[in-house]
Each structure stands twice: as structure tokens, then as C-alpha cells.
Design a protein around this ligand. Structure first.
Ligand code: SF4
Length: 337
């Protein structure tokens, strides 16, 4: 497994759709459909795609909130040994949980309004029996300082904080167990633009201080560009492109990535691109199209695309793409205008 902290191989998460009195399975929703993904220690990998593409399900399956249908989730533990999270259950899974934490999208709903900051932040310590009494309080104070919360607010309730402060409480809770991997799912999407920048900068500072590795899930490409070392693009449960961030933004290799990039809203209305680059609906993961899933929306599609599934192939240093014509298409990035 080399120096990777996390390596996901052939991961699938299917949900059966049941109907009728006998709850018969009538269809299958392929939320995550054979994903390979590797994350190095200390890296930030941005996971991007439209809503419903499976990125949140992928994050939750890695965290083992969902049980995978098939595949491996290889995670390098603090002691250097590698565990397949996909196969762990019960106590052995619980023992690893402190090393992988999550930051949620909505700080309002992810914090229990009846619990104080002390109780919220120390919850993972208590649940995993890692600290109690004075040590619990000391560790909460320590992490509150790290995330920019005032210690005098230790016994306040979430409603007394602003949105940005509530997200800092969520970050403190994720950090309290000294994890090595944090899955951040739309962690700044609910915040105002100015607060968003502060929280992103905080996450970057914390990455240095705590030697963190991030899987950063977002539909917002400007956030992904700001924080990620590499980007993974998902479409209908599959990875369609992987690239270092600068390369992906300067020259995408997959038509879906190009369409996403060109659809980023421009701050200057005079420079708004009038053309619509991504038309049509995302296909249902219950009945995805044949061949390349993107072919009904792709302006470069040929007859081959409707019948043959493009494999994810390596193309250049650190780049992977699933498109039959990735070698010949000359796609537009945003950095190159
Ligand atoms: Fe478009 Fe065909 Fe490439 Fe799919 S394989 S992205 S349909 S050109």
C-alpha cells in the first residue's frame, strides 16, 4: 500500500429499493459503483460532483456509517499496521473510530441544542472511553483554543454561537480524539462567504498542527480549488477524473470536469459565459445510461460512448480519466481562460 493513509479498492455501496407488503427488492440504487481512491498522509483530496453523484455516500461508507456492498477500505492505523475497514465490525471497528472523524455540513443541526460545548466536544472522548473528569475538561479547553473558541464559553449552548462559531465547535469535536483522517462533508457550504474563507484557512492551519489528512467533499469547485492538493471528480457513483488541483483546473481531461469548471459562476457579470455547459439532469443511479454514463449530456459523445464503458486509465503523472477520447480532446480549463 506504499505511503497511503487510505486506499479504497473497488468500493461499491448499493441500496436495494423495496416495494409492496413483502418488501421485495424491485431495483438497486448504485450510489457508489466501484470506486478506487488513494489518499496520502498529510494530503487534502477534494471530492467533487453534482448533488446525488454519490460523494456523500462514499464518505460515509469510508467512515463505515454505511456497510459497503463490496470492496476494500484499507486504512493505515496509528501503529503503522493496515486494517480493512470494510471487514471490521463491533469492537474492532469501534477501536479505530477515534482515528477517523467527520465534520458535517450543517453546524446548526449537527450539534445537540441541549448539550453544552463541553459535552458536545468531549462526546467522542466519552464514547470511546479516552478521557474523563479533569482530563476531559483540559482536553476540550486545549482544542477550543486551537479552533479559535473562547474557553469562557465552555458551558454555553450552541444557540448562543454564530454559524461560523458553531462550525468551529464541530471541528473541535472532530479533533478531540487526535484523528489522522478527517472526512469533511460540505463543511463550509452552509456558511457566509466571509466566514467560509476563515473556516477554510483554519482547517489548513489545523492540518499542519495536527498532521491531518482530509477527504474534503464539496459541490463547490472554488472551495475545492482553495483547499485541495488533488481532486477526484465523481459522476453517478463512479470516479471519472483524478488530478492534481492545478492541472485539473488548467486542463481537464474529462468532458464532465470541463463542463463543471466552465459552469463556475463568474464574479464579474461582464465576464459571465452565456453558454450553458452542463445541460440536462444527472441520470438516476437506479437506471444509469448504457456505456459512458455521461454520454447523454456530453457534447463530444460518439456512437461508441453509448455502448462501451470507458475504464479509468492513467494518463500522465498523477492523472486518471475515464473517457474514450481523453487523449485527443483538447478541453478548456478555467485557469487558461
Ligand atoms: Fe463524452 Fe464519450 Fe468521453 Fe463519455 S466517453 S465523456 S460520452 S466523449
Amino acid at each position: 500500500m506504499g505511503e497511503f493513509l487510505l486506499e479504497v479498492r473497488g468500493l461499491k455501496k448499493y441500496f436495494p429499493l423495496k416495494k409492496g407488503l413483502l418488501r421485495r427488492t424491485v431495483a438497486t440504487l448504485r450510489a457508489v459503483d466501484g470506486v478506487d481512491l488513494a489518499i496520502q498522509a498529510g494530503e487534502t483530496v477534494g471530492l467533487v460532483g453534482e448533488s446525488g453523484c454519490g460523494k456523500t455516500t462514499l464518505g460515509r461508507t469510508i467512515l463505515r456509517t454505511h456497510r459497503p456492498t463490496t470492496g476494500e477500505i484499507l486504512f493505515r492505523k496509528n501503529d503503522g499496521s493496515v486494517a480493512d475497514l470494510a471487514k471490521l465490525e463491533g469492537d474492532s471497528l469501534r477501536a479505530i473510530r477515534p482515528q477517523i472523524q467527520m465534520i458535517f455540513q450543517d453546524p446548526q443541526s449537527s450539534l445537540n441544542p441541549r448539550m453544552t460545548v463541553l459535552d458536545i466536544v468531549s462526546e467522542p472522548l466519552v464514547a470511546n472511553r479516552l478521557a474523563h473528569g479533569a482530563e476531559r475538561v483540559a482536553r476540550v479547553k486545549q482544542v477550543m483554543e486551537k479552533v479559535g473558541l473562547e474557553i469562557k464559553h465552555l458551558r454555553r449552548y450552541p444557540h448562543a454561537f454564530s454559524g461560523g462559531q458553531r462550525q468551529r465547535i464541530g471541528i473541535a469535536r472532530a479533533l478531540i480524539t487526535n484523528p489522522s483522517l478527517i472526512v469533511a462533508d460540505e463543511a463550509v457550504s452552509a456558511l457566509d462567504v466571509s466566514i467560509r474563507a476563515q473556516v477554510l484557512n483554519l482547517l489548513q492551519d489545523l492540518q499542519q498542527d495536527f498532521s491531518l489528512t482530509y477527504l474534503f467533499i464539496s459541490h463547490d469547485l472554488s472551495v475545492i480549488q482553495h483547499i485541495s492538493d488533488r481532486v477526484v471528480v465523481m459522476y453517478v457513483g463512479k470516479v471519472v477524473e483524478v488530478a492534481p488541483t492545478d492541472d485539473l483546473f488548467a486542463q481537464p481531461l474529462h468532458p464532465y470536469t470541463e463542463a463543471l469548471l466552465l459552469s463556475i459562476p463568474k464574479p464579474d457579470p461582464r465576464n459571465r459565459i452565456a453558454e450553458i455547459f452542463l445541460s440536462g439532469e444527472t441520470p438516476s443511479p437506479v437506471t444509469p445510461p448504457t456505456g459512458c454514463y455521461f454520454h447523454p449530456r456530453c457534447k463530444y459523445a460518439t456512437e461508441q460512448c453509448a455502448v462501451a464503458v470507458p475504464p479509468l486509465q492513467t494518463l500522465g503523472t498523477g492523472r486518471q480519466v475515464a473517457c474514450h477520447f481523453a487523449r485527443t480532446l483538447n478541453l478548456r480549463g478555467v485557469a487558461s481562460g
